[in-house]
Design a protein around this ligand. Structure first.
Ligand code: SF4
Length: 728
């Protein structure tokens, strides 16, 4: 297959390049390095360097400001990530900032309020919940859109200032399985590779990673890889699979079987890197014994592909001097996400593909600062990836913070789905939601809606009105991207600056300032935020707290970021300009210094199709929109491109159902239904499978999705559930 495909590659890629390099009309990228006038309408007074606030690629950009309004964005030609280019969302990022729907003043029970009364109302109601229902009655759900300084501040405020144990982020909905998979194999979180490795790999496996839609500015990196073989593993035909040398269209949730088949073939062909396995891994004998059952014929049957493709992909990967696996939500959005990540890590480890240029298991994370919450947050671990169950880690952090060690818990609080469960079982009565829109984004919307409406108090802090702010008791108005200062960490561990170009509207404030206000009102500011006035004060403390940890920021400063255009952690005295890769010495964070290999059996997804619900629903994103369209839905140019949800239906199913492109249908699952969705008949989905984008409140796909979660990471299984299609 690879030989056959290879002959087509130059044509496919040259066509693709036309689209990406010169296709400003088509993809919206710009190469223009001039920061001057864009056109008459976009004449600006000044340009402000910053980082894109959407996805985790972390593109550098400049904001054009005129009359204290953000009127334009352009790619920063000096930024090492995107080299002057932006995707459609980045190019339109200025449009939502001054659009209708900004929250400009606090409100309490639907009435406008000043900051003091809103914060005091929030704290009074939190205290009432704690008095009536016990110490676990208050919880917090944050977002990967916050700045690192804000995460760090929120974690301290929640844990030390408010005594809240259950504080998680919406990052659990997208990247938690990457975190827990990395921890299982390497003893710590942290993507080991860099974007450069996408260009250097001799064999690049993209698994469940439609980067052309979801991480657009990584696509040029894949295209720059002219010498290697690119294999895209995805149930659908996507823009990314069309750019690859080989598309492996796995059946839904057959990725573990496929990976086991690859590992078996590598072992059978004696292509294991024996020296690396001996010196740097543990558990290889168990892996060898476990995978022998996954013969090419069995894997072909379970995955819906040919046995030949299993063998060829395994050989292409294992014989490559540099082999790399990159993945996103197709892997993570699974009840088996953690195990799938651990199996990817195992494949890379037994072939010695880690810690070298062009190698590595690389999770491409989701939001602009999902990595920041992984480093500093109180979600799955304490700041600096310190473990709750490690007494030495608790003692070290307590000393750094100058608090009694007993104030740091020995176990993590509830993850996001368990917070929702806690609300429904009456344990949690008060919830502070920050910068996220769970009504639209959390699976099984009817159940989520019931949970949020059941609360004694729902506080929502956001920049824009959303379906979730509409049902909140207390609303706190926050600054958005372009209105606040701090840092983001992108998917290659690169820390970049985000800057305020204009003040927020009305009395809205940066989230950082809101956290200072809450600490003031609770009487804990001096202890929790000693001497802090601006985000850089938080960053200076974070540098000290992260020192010696895997995500060491100790030698990073705002000045160094400015000088280098972003710095990859760990950045220390010994590595003063940062680190391009992790694990270059073959040593890992487990006590024995080895990578722990995993044996995983594939499990079918729970919500299986039957006669009543015969189709498997896959959900995902499109390049024009971001999450629940809180921002992109307010950019007219993006809305015009993709104004509504659709359902992709294979021609065979369309014929059976008697529907055609443009018809409007009703989608029904065991949990709910969505009306008036337009049909696209297309062979990009296999017969028996359909696809619906996740962005739309009006046709909310989460009325259909199942509330099933990975048992370790607690990440939702957004990718597979059973539905049927009815006439609208
Ligand atoms: Fe870059 Fe992602 Fe922003 Fe697009 S959305 S400009 S790819 S960071």
């Amino acid at each position: 297959m690879l030989d056959r495909i290879a002959s087509k590659v130059p044509l496919v890629r040259s066509i693709a390049r036309l689209g990406f390099d010169h296709g400003g009309d088509r993809y919206g990228y710009v190469d223009d390095a001039d920061f001057g006038v864009i056109n008459r309408e976009q004449r600006v007074d000044r340009w402000v360097r910053t980082t894109c606030g959407y996805c985790s690629v972390g593109c550098g950009m400049v904001i054009g400001v005129r009359d204290d309004r953000i009127v334009a964005t352009k790619g920063d030609p000096d930024h090492p990530v995107n080299r002057g280019r932006l995707c459609p969302k980045g190019l339109a990022e200025h449009l939502p900032v001054h659009a209708d729907g900004r929250l400009t003043a606090p409100s309490v029970d639907g009435s406008a309020a000043d900051w003091d009364s809103a914060i005091h109302a929030m704290l009074d109601r939190f205290r009432t919940a704690l008095d009536r229902h016990g110490p676990d009655a208050v919880a917090i759900i944050g977002t990967g859109q916050l700045l690192t300084e804000e995460f760090y501040a929120l974690g301290k405020l929640a844990r030390l200032g408010l005594g809240v144990r259950h504080s998680d982020g919406n990052t659990t909905l997208c990247m938690a399985s990457a975190v827990s998979g990395y921890k299982a194999t390497f003893g710590s979180d942290g993507p080991p590779s860099s974007y450069t490795d996408l260009e250097l790999a001799d064999c690049l496996l993209l698994i469940g990673a439609n980067v052309a839609d979801n991480h657009p500015l990584l696509t040029p990196r894949v295209l720059n890889n002219e010498h290697g073989v690119v294999v895209a593993v995805d149930p659908r035909v996507t823009k990314t699979t069309m750019l690859a040398d080989l598309h492996v269209p796995l059946l839904p949730r057959s990725d573990v079987s496929f990976l086991n088949g690859l590992i078996r073939q590598v072992i059978v062909d004696e292509l294991v890197d024996a020296a690396f396995v001996d010196e740097s891994t543990a558990g290889f004998d168990a892996v060898r014994e476990h995978v022998m059952a996954f013969t090419p014929d069995l894997v072909a049957d379970q995955c819906g592909i040919s046995a030949d493709d299993v063998i060829r992909v395994a050989r292409a990967f294992a014989t490559a001097e540099r082999g790399m696996v990159a993945w996103t939500m197709g892997v993570n959005h699974s009840e088996q996400g953690t195990d799938t990540v651990a199996t990817i890590n195992t494949l890379c480890a037994i072939t010695g593909n880690i810690g070298r240029p062009g190698t590595g298991p690389m999770s491409i994370t989701g939001q602009c600062n999902a990595m920041g919450t992984r480093e500093t947050g109180f979600t799955a671990s304490m700041p600096g990836y310190r473990r709750y169950d490690d007494a030495a880690h608790r003692a070290e952090l307590a000393e750094l913070w100058n608090v009694e060690v007993g104030r740091l818990p020995a176990e993590r609080g509830r993850a996001y789905p368990d917070i929702v469960d806690g609300v429904l079982d009456g344990t949690i009565r008060a919830l502070w939601v920050i910068g996220t829109n769970p009504l639209v984004s959390f699976p099984n919307r009817e159940r989520t809606e019931q949970a949020l409406r059941d609360l004694d108090v729902l506080v929502v802090q956001d920049s824009f009105s959303t379906p979730t702010t509409a049902i909140a008791d207390i609303v706190l108005p926050a600054a958005t991207w372009g209105e606040k200062d701090g840092t983001y960490t992108n998917s290659e561990r690169r820390v970049s600056r985000a800057r305020a170009a204009v003040p927020p509207p009305g009395v809205a404030e940066p989230d950082f300032d809101v956290f200072l206000r809450v600490a003031d009102a609770a009487g804990v500011r001096d202890e929790v935020f000693p001497g802090w006035k601006v985000p850089e004060d938080a960053y200076e403390e974070w540098r000290r707290v992260s020192a010696g940890r895997p995500c060491d920021h100790s030698a990073i400063s705002y000045e160094l970021i400015d000088e280098l255009g972003g710095v990859q952690w760990p950045c220390t005295e010994a590595a003063p300009t940062g680190s391009e890769r992790l694990y270059t010495d073959g040593r890992f964070h487990h006590d024995d210094g080895r990578a722990h290999l995993s044996t995983v059996d594939p499990e079918p997804f729970g919500d299986q199709p039957d006669d009543e619900f015969p189709l498997v629903l896959n959900t995902g994103r499109t390049v024009e929109h971001w999450h629940t369209r809180t921002k992109t839905g307010r950019a007219a140019v993006l809305e015009a491109l993709v104004p509504e949800a659709w359902v992709s239906v294979n021609p065979a199913d369309a014929s059976t159902l008697g529907v055609g492109s443009g018809d409007r249908v009703r989608l029904v699952s065991r949990r709910g239904s969505v009306d008036d969705v337009v049909v696209r008949v297309t062979e990009t989905v296999r017969a028996g499978e359909v696809f619906v984008p996740m962005h739309f409140d009006e046709a909310c796909v989460n009325r259909l999705t199942v509330d099933a979660f990975d048992p370790v990471s607690r990440e939702p299984n957004y990718k597979q559930c059973a539905i049927r299609i009815e006439p609208s």
